[in-house]
Write a protein that binds this ligand. Structure first.
Ligand SMILES: C[S@@+](CC[C@H](N)C(=O)[O-])C[C@H]1O[C@@H](n2cnc3c(N)ncnc32)[C@H](O)[C@@H]1O
Length: 292
């Protein structure tokens, strides 16, 4: 049943997904995708055959391909509409994408088919992550690499919940002072699929749990890093505020200011916070391992 929910929700979300998450295929997102990848795979290398699980609209693999990381691109997702958008995004970029509807827990490929498997923001949707990691290990050729990124950590996610509640309270207070006209009018035309948003995030993992699952699936050389502390607090604050305020309330230059601030905080987290704050408190986990 949960997989039907994943399909219904993500099929509905596919057409507006890039807009909702500010996904693009320009230098900004190429740099972000490559930056996550290079944290654990620093040596420049081109992988001949690459697979993405839970590809969504192609944010991770299409941007990595533009950076020269992968050549032959296979994108899979359990939601058919996501695969369609991913293939269309590839076409717009001049990239041939082999799209296929597939459950990450039962990949429709022979053993040892790929040099690289990637996933971004997908593990927390999978009911049996151990099964998915075993499938990744199976379809990788010996020595092939797995990179999972954009995975919220358990503690980071809990802190993000507090940040979001704080941002909502701040906006409510501002509306009491400045008047309700600053609030985005409530929509009553949401289709039933929109209500499934609360159902699709199944779990969060501590980085050590993710590593243990990857090792249990047979991957070797498994390591992980975490990223984004203050950048994440700022990111969720600004995203929550933007979603609640009526269009035009924030100044036109706000997106520019928000992006610059996020980048500064990201650099601070990387240069300073990473050395003094415990790893599990950061929001995003990146994990890698190889097939033996
Ligand atoms: C949060 S989105 C991330 C999409 C994309 N990777 C990105 O970073 O923008 C999660 C994606 O996982 C997909 N998904 C959920 N359950 C899945 C499963 N069992 N197998 C494959 N994909 C799944 C959803 O349909 C959705 O497209």
């Amino acid at each position: 049943v949960i997989k039907d929910v994943q399909v219904a929700y993500h099929d509905w979300e596919a057409a507006t997904y890039d807009n909702k998450w500010s996904i693009s295929f320009d230098q900004r997102c190429i740099d972000y995708a490559l930056g996550r990848f290079r944290r654990l795979v620093p040596e420049p290398q081109t992988f001949a055959r690459a697979l993405e699980i839970g590809c969504g609209t192609g944010f991770f693999l299409l941007n990595l391909a533009q950076a020269g990381v992968a050549v032959e691109l296979h994108c899979t997702d359990i939601a058919p509409a996501m695969v369609d958008v991913c293939v269309a995004n590839g076409r717009t970029l001049g990239l041939a994408v082999h799209g296929r509807v597939a459950d990450a827990e039962a990949l429709p490929y022979p053993d040892a088919s790929f040099d690289l498997v990637v996933g971004h923001a997908v593990a927390h949707h999978l009911p049996d992550l151990g099964a998915a990691f075993s499938e990744v290990a199976r379809v990788l050729r010996p020595g092939g690499r797995f990179v999972l990124a954009g995975e919220p950590t358990r503690v980071g996610d809990r802190i993000a919940g507090i940040v979001k509640r704080g941002a909502r309270a701040g906006v409510a207070l501002a509306a009491r002072v400045a008047g309700r006209q600053i609030l985005r009018p409530e929509r009553h035309d949401h289709p039933p699929a929109a209500a499934l948003e609360a159902e699709v995030d199944l779990h969060v993992f501590a980085p050590a749990d993710l590593e243990a699952l990857a090792r249990a699936a047979g991957l070797v050389g498994v390591t992980s890093v975490t990223e984004e502390l203050t950048a994440n607090w700022f990111g969720w604050t600004t995203r929550t505020v933007e979603a609640l305020l009526a269009p035009g309330v924030l100044p036109a230059r706000y997106p520019w200011f928000a992006y610059r601030t996020w980048r500064t905080l990201f650099a601070f987290d990387d240069a300073v916070a990473r050395h003094v704050v415990p790893k599990p408190l950061f929001y995003n986990c990146v994990l890698t391992g190889t097939a033996p």
